[in-house]
Design a protein around this ligand. Structure first.
Ligand code: SAT
Ligand code: MN
Length: 638
């Protein structure tokens, strides 16, 4: 085995890992990667015919046509602790799964080069940061990781002599021959190990993304008392008062996370407000020395969905793809003759000229009846290409979070915004959130799909324990906990049109929330069973044309919708069994009572007491409905 590369590794634990990996995988050549290798690797990939140089100096790639997105059913978690088995994490005992996957990988790099990617997640010199070593046979993965994480010397320096790094093995596998059941994307969080074979795209193969930042980090965060979340981070500056406040938000996919993170304020508000981006996908959050919750984005780049991106929807994403940014586009439409790319929504009208290929490389015209770009086509660009990147992105401590937002795409019932009464209710809201499925993602169209905290695909341990951990962190923050809100930009009217314009106009909603977080008397609200909803006049609507009917529909509490929703929530919470946190149990019953009355509450209580095999503690029983609580001495009710 020959180890080459522009940087040298001295750390014995890393060297040992490299040797053992090369031996298992059968790689003859090993190359250690540094960020500075990017241009050369790009050149090699272009020469190999796998990457195309575009007219503007950016790059275009195609994935294997069967390898276009994360696949949850092939994503597993293996640990030695059976209590890590959750509802959605495909848990397997380590001894059962890991040897099997390692055996599958054995010899799969024969005749190939093994690239070693030392990556740092988080700012250098920060207690937030973590290091991983990913070995891979894919140069495409390497150049993407260089954009998404801090690669090479910076990571090794950060690690020093420590053996405390994530051990990642990635083999693409023979994608042409592979059956779906031969794909394995495995987190082994109690051994800080990641094994992946059968893909070279996105979260399946770029270990810094979901594997390290969410599954591994959240497993460790639980032990260490912090949170690793699927959240954007942004700053909102009020140029008039000088106030600069930060928020974090978790939305399931297709609910506008990247567009919100990169938003441009609407014209009427640009002279007063400035919006800063810190992250569009991942937030690591922990209590700071001042007692507040601080957030940091561990990523170094954006791996954003391309279709739909244009001047109107996301100016800053477009800026990240400008000439000179060395952006890699994957799976969009491509015209070899001119070196241009196109995707649905890039221009109002599709290109009328000839010579276009679709994302699979087949000839394409707007009349082909197919997409030019795959719906999950992506751009990979370093975050430093974002013109609105906050200087605080580099701050080793992160930024203090004033408010947390949960939300998802729902056509009705869920108002534009509501504030949860306290942090524990915020956790309850995140735990029960979800979206309505659209034609693009599921055969079962228009079904509610639960996606708690937008974390369902990224769980490494049991959901009930995860919610309890969230509650513990919030309890520790006490009065310093951020304010919690639920937003929905996607309400539709009877004519099927969106009631709210969305995009930059969403700033108006965020500003109301920040005023509420600061308890400003101007942010008036109507308190409803599901939280505080803005009074229409308390939203800043300067320069926005919206009818009062639309506005009242957006800010309406719909009791019928919520009665149904409470039944769904009871069923969901019942699936947590004995690991349903008592606090969620208690909050849920309180909300059910307010929404649906005391009989419904008793019914929900019966279901949840049965599923969780516990009695709700008397202190949390409703005063109105529990005669036992009227007893003057607590002892008498135990
Ligand atoms: O998981 S990916 O990195 O492929 C994309 C995403 O869902 O953010
Ligand atoms: Mn994501």
């Amino acid at each position: 085995m020959q180890i080459k590369g522009s940087i040298e590794i001295q750390n014995p634990a890393v060297l040992d890992f490299i040797r053992k990996s090369a031996e298992l995988l059968g790689a003859a050549d090993v190359e250690i990667i540094d960020d500075s290798d990017d241009d050369r690797l790009i050149e090699e990939e272009v020469k190999a015919g796998k990457l195309f140089r575009l007219a503007d100096g950016n790059f275009y790639a195609r994935s294997h046509p069967q390898d276009v997105a994360r696949s949850i059913d092939r994503t597993f978690v293996a640990t030695r602790n059976p209590s890590d088995k959750g509802l959605h994490n495909n848990w397997r005992p380590t001894d059962e799964l890991v040897p099997k996957v390692l055996e599958k990988m054995r010899g799969s790099m024969k005749g190939k080069k093994m690239y070693v990617i030392p990556y740092l997640m988080g700012p250098a010199n920060s207690s937030f940061s973590r290091v991983g070593i990913q070995v891979t046979d894919s140069r495409y993965v390497v150049i993407n990781m260089i954009r998404m994480t801090k690669v090479g010397k910076i990571a090794l320096d950060s690690l020093g002599d420590s053996a405390n790094f994530t051990h990642g093995l990635h083999c693409t596998g023979e994608l042409d021959k592979l059956k779906h059941e031969d794909r394995y994307y495995v987190s082994v969080p109690d051994e800080r190990m990641i094994l992946s074979t059968g893909s070279a795209y996105g979260g399946n193969a770029l270990f810094g993304k979901k594997f390290e930042s969410l599954r591994q980090a959240s497993y460790d965060a639980r032990k260490e008392g912090w949170l690793a979340e699927h959240m954007l981070i942004m700053g909102i500056e009020d140029k008039k008062t000088g106030a600069l406040r930060y928020i974090a938000a978790a939305f399931p996919s297709s609910s506008g996370k990247t567009n919100l993170a990169m938003m441009t304020p609407p014209p009427a508000l640009t002279s007063r407000y400035r919006v800063w981006m810190l992250g569009d996908d991942i937030a690591w959050l922990r209590q700071g020395a001042d007692g507040r919750l601080w957030a940091s984005n561990p990523e170094n780049g954006c791996f954003g969905v391309v279709p739909g991106t244009n001047e109107m929807t996301n100016t800053y994403a477009l800026a990240m793809m400008q000439p000179g940014t060395k952006t890699i586009f994957t799976n969009v439409g491509y015209k070899p003759k001119t070196g241009n790319v196109w995707w649905e929504g890039k221009t109002e009208k599709p290109p009328q000229d000839e010579g276009w290929l679709d994302w699979k490389g087949h000839p394409w015209t707007p009349y082909s009846g197919t997409h030019a770009a795959h719906p999950n086509s992506r751009f990979t660009s370093k975050i430093t290409n974002a013109p609105n990147l906050s200087p605080e992105w580099k701050n080793p401590s992160g930024v203090p979070i004033s408010a947390i937002f949960f939300g998802g795409r729902l056509p009705a019932g869920e108002p534009l915004i509501r504030q949860l009464p306290d942090a524990a209710s915020g956790v309850y809201d995140g735990a029960t959130m979800g979206v309505r499925t659209t034609a693009a993602e599921s055969s079962a169209i228009d079904q509610f799909r639960g996606d708690f905290m937008a974390m369902l695909p990224f769980m490494s341990y049991h959901e009930g324990d995860y919610f309890q951990h969230w509650l513990n962190v919030m309890e520790k923050l006490g009065d310093h906990a951020p304010a919690f809100f639920h937003v929905n930009w996607f309400n539709k009217g009877a004519d099927g049109k969106f009631l709210w314009p969305g995009f930059g106009e969403n700033l108006r909603v965020l500003l109301w929330a920040l005023s509420r977080a600061e308890k400003s008397p101007e942010a008036e609200a109507t308190v409803t069973p599901i939280g505080a909803i803005p009074k229409p006049k308390s939203l800043n609507l300067e320069g926005l044309k919206i009818s009062s009917e639309n506005l009242s529909a957006l800010l309406r509490y719909d009791p019928d919708y919520w009665k149904h929703e409470m039944i769904r929530r009871t069923d969901f919470l019942a699936t947590l069994g004995p690991r349903l946190p008592e606090k969620l149990f208690e909050i849920h019953l309180r909300v059910v009572e307010k929404v649906s009355g005391s009989e419904a509450r008793r019914h929900a209580q019966d279901i949840l007491e049965k599923s969780s095999q516990k009695k709700l503690s008397p202190s949390s029983r409703s005063k109105k409905n529990s005669p036992r609580l009227k007893s003057p001495t607590p002892a008498a009710i135990r």
